[in-house]
Write a protein that binds this ligand. Structure first.
Ligand SMILES: NC(=O)c1ccc[n+]([C@@H]2O[C@H](COP(=O)([O-])OP(=O)(O)OC[C@H]3O[C@@H](n4cnc5c(N)ncnc54)[C@H](O)[C@@H]3O)[C@@H](O)[C@H]2O)c1
Ligand SMILES: [Zn+2]
Ligand SMILES: [Zn+2]
Length: 348
């Protein structure tokens, strides 16, 4: 053993009250039966961490350790773990479903009634030096791959889930409203996974629009620009077959309906935790479908891990890498957009 268990502690970033992060020393967890201990090397700040920081998270309660995105190396094996070695590089699918509820039985573990996720009682968050995970949630990542790539598997899995079953015709276009991390990853998945040949993005931030163009968008518009919707309708030949909502602005659902064609589909990925107005007339008279999207299944996660292991380069999305003790600054940066920002990583 590398150190005395009694004195083993680790640093972890907690949100202790709204808008306040504290780095605390806490006991290092130990892997139980069927679990591994992972030395975390990179964790990612996600929109849901921002919700926790802002006090708008739907179910996580304070104080809580931030984070569910991570990549690292196996530091210890719990009882009965076979087929995994110390030092292997891994990422974790951060959800544990019961396997027996109605949703689990329908192959929808992401909607499990008894789901367990990091940062809730019983499972520490990933903004910590060490993280424990059951082997059923582990994905092996290539040793040659930087942790800064492996850590993007989880947010990419969200995009894979949002787009994987889309079956675009040759003329069909995809529109993505919001080109933050999730919107940009949906852009990549729309091309690479679903096979859309034309994807158009919107974002209020010029930097994010530029990033969308770099990652393959045919065009990127400022949604507040007067003729943006007209332009999108023109570019898509009358509206998107599929519109992904990846931003939580007030008019976003109305805009989604306006830029989607008749019989087109809107997929809502953004977590709209506050009410926003929606004039549903277009939904009816254009016979559009509105579909919610929640995280991923293990199949989606495996697709994301495989793509990244096989060299899908998503590095353009990583705009800042900060040490753990600058977590507060990272969250403020994401909140205030004081710098050009997409994915902020924490380095441990
Ligand atoms: N459903 C899920 O499983 C899931 C998973 C992860 C994240 N999310 C949610 O998805 C959303 C996006 O996450 P993110 O990490 O990319 O957040 P983000 O804050 O990085 O991105 C949001 C982007 O939207 C842009 N924006 C703001 N107003 C806009 C408007 N009117 N039109 C277009 N763009 C606008 C912002 O400039 C920003 O670039 C969040 O609500 C997050 O909580 C959902
Ligand atoms: Zn995430
Ligand atoms: Zn279940």
């Amino acid at each position: 053993m590398w150190m005395d268990k009694k004195t083993a502690t680790m640093k972890a970033a907690f949100v202790t009250s709204v808008g306040k992060v504290e780095i605390r020393d806490i006991p290092r967890p130990e892997p139980g039966k069927g679990q591994v201990l992972i030395r975390v090397r990179n964790a990612g700040i996600c929109g849901s961490d921002l919700h926790l920081f802002l006090g708008t998270h739907a179910f996580r309660v304070l104080p809580a350790i931030l984070g569910h995105e991570m990549a690292g190396e196996i530091a210890a094996l719990g009882e009965g773990v076979e087929g995994w070695q110390l030092g292997e590089h891994v990422t974790v699918e951060p959800q544990l479903s019961c396997g027996t509820c109605a949703m689990c039985r329908q192959g929808r573990p992401n909607l499990c009634e008894k789901i367990s996720v990091p940062g809730t009682p019983g499972w520490y968050g990933t903004f910590a030096e060490y993280f424990v995970a059951p082997v059923s949630c582990l994905y092996r990542m290539e040793k040659s791959l930087p942790f800064t790539s492996a850590v993007l598997t989880e947010p990419f899995a969200v995009a894979v889930h949002a787009l994987r079953d889309a079956k675009p015709g040759p003329e069909d276009c995809c529109v993505i409203l919001g080109a933050g991390t999730i919107g940009l990853l949906c852009l990549v998945a729309a091309g690479k996974i679903a096979g859309f040949s034309k994807v158009i993005c919107t974002d209020t931030a010029p930097f994010n629009r530029e990033l969308a163009l770099r990652l393959g968008a045919a065009a990127a518009y400022d949604p507040l620009q007067e003729n943006a919707e007209e332009e999108i309708l023109r570019q898509t030949g009358g509206g998107a077959a599929l519109t992904v909502v990846a931003a939580g602005a007030k008019d976003i659902l109305n805009q989604a309906s306006r830029v989607t064609r008749k019989c087109g589909e809107i997929r809502l990925v953004a977590s709209l935790t506050r009410p926003i107005p929606y004039v549903a007339y277009d939904l009816a008279h254009k016979e559009q479908k509105l579909q919610g999207v929640w995280t991923y299944t293990s199949e989606d996660f495996a697709v994301a891990a495989q793509q990244i292991n096989h060299g899908l380069d998503l590095h353009a999305l990583v705009t800042q890498i900060l040490p753990l003790d600058e977590t507060q600054r990272g969250l403020e940066m994401l909140r205030d957009k004081t710098e050009d920002v997409a994915k902020i990583l924490i380095s441990l």
